[in-house]
Design a protein around this ligand. Sequence first.
Ligand code: A3P
Length: 335
Amino acid sequence: MTFTYSPIVDPVFQSTCRDRNEEQYIIVQCNDYGDVPINLPGWKPEPICLTKHYPRVAESIKQMEVRPDDVWIVTYPKSGTTWTQELVWLVCHGLDYQKAQEISLEERFPFIELGGIRELPVTMNPLRDAFEMPSPRFIKSHLPPAFLPNALWTVQPKLVHVRRNPKSVAVSYYHHSVSLDCYRGTLENFVRSMMNELSYYSPYHRHLIEYSELRYPNMLSLCFEDMKRDLPETIRKVCQFFNKTDYSEAQLQQLAEHLSFDKMRENAAVNKRDWVAYNLRQTNRSDKLNDGNMQFIRRGEVDGWRNEMPKSLVEEFDGWVKRNIPDDKYSYLFE
Ligand code: A3P
């Protein structure tokens, strides 16, 4: 069997998951990982926390056709995926702002496992969309390497990975879970789940370490904090990676402007406002639509966690982050 599915047996989780709306969480182990080129002796993928919907897509993703001109963006959730998707798509499409406005990012860039982590409206099937999409395809995933298609490792299309500071990820993921997954716990509950490796897509450390140890010649690694510090520099890196080096300085400047937080936040093609509205409606929370924390493009800060995480929780979380870094050479991944 390619995948093994197990319930979460932690008794505290079991007795409290309903309060937080986490009853659907399960642990998924991938048993077919021999082709994944990870540079770690004796490496075996860790089981990850997903939802009971995952079997719907697991095998189809693993056996999926991969095309040489595909572009894959993989991230741990809340690391700047959407921001990077818009950047990459525009660089690869001659800065066609009009098309980017007319076609939503979800349609341009299907999130392949979405139907395997939650119920979707019947009309929505991003995995099928990815199968049927004409080339070149642009594909988003939050899965760790072992869960991605086997063919990725032989076909080797371009792969972009983005990471973000763990405290920023935790806070952003909490708000995402409240707005989109009807999470009912507190921020502290959420952060504790992440420390217990029981927020979905956990474990966080293994995700970053595995991508950093991939022997994959066609990969670009980006970082949210670098994008915030100097977006034009990241834009140049992306252009170089995709061999699109003919854009003028003025064009690059215009792209940086398009990708600014304020512009992205008001851009209906990327801000997932319809999706947030749909989820709030489904859970009778339409009154929250204008709540700033319910926006998908929410704050976009590098140190917003300072205002949201109590000091004692920060200390505990920092200790957890540090303890789970197996070697100092990986410390940069968690800064
Ligand atoms: P916050 O919740 O901290 O605001 P992802 O796309 O991986 O889910 O990541 C979402 C995070 O990226 C959110 O973080 C969102 O606000 C931030 N983000 C999206 N576009 C951005 C931009 N143009 N500038 C800065 N941050 C952005």
